[in-house]
Design a protein around this ligand. Structure first.
Ligand code: CA2
Length: 147
């Protein structure tokens, strides 16, 4: 049995589907979770899907993934642009790590143009709406199958 894929979500993503549909669409985080589980099951992976508004909790989960996960898909949300702690935690993990964004931060405000997650990640998927998560699962499975 494969270890699960951790799908970690940062601050305010629990509110997905409740505002700014022009940027983030109308699907909820629960819809994203269901999509991830469905896709991962095609490849015999389970999903451990979590969301936190707290930086330290995300750091704890990344550390936990060192032993317990096959790989990490992370939308660190606003912490993407601020968190050295999440960067350092990801650096300590040797499993594949995919940075995901629903929007494309590069086309938005300049404060979103810096990512502390990207330099500590294997790959980045952004700008496909919630399908970014689906593409990240397809990508991480390819990486894991090549190992
Ligand atoms: O595009 C993404 O996935 C982001 O990670 C979303 C973050 C933003 O700070 C990043 O720059 C890009 C925002 C997460 C909050 O999302 C909400 C969506 C709808 C309603 C409320 C919050």
């Amino acid at each position: 049995m494969n270890k699960p894929l951790y799908v970690l979500n940062g601050p305010n993503l629990n509110l997905l589907g409740t505002r700014e549909p022009e940027i983030y669409g109308s699907a909820t985080l629960s819809d994203v979770e269901n999509m991830c589980r469905k896709r991962a099951s095609e490849f015999n992976y389970e999903i451990d899907f979590r969301q936190s508004n707290h930086e330290g909790e995300l750091v704890d989960w990344i550390q936990e993934a060192r032993e317990k996960a096959s790989g990490i898909i992370i939308n660190a949300a606003a912490f993407t642009h601020t968190s050295v702690a999440i960067h350092d935690a990801l650096k300590s993990v040797s499993v594949p790590k995919i940075e995901v964004h629903i929007s494309n931060p590069a086309t938005r405000e300049s404060f979103r143009h810096t990512s502390f997650v990207a330099p500590a990640s294997t790959s980045v998927v952004a700008g496909f709406g919630i399908n970014s998560y689906d593409l990240a699962i397809l990508g991480i499975v390819r990486i894991l199958q090549a190992v």
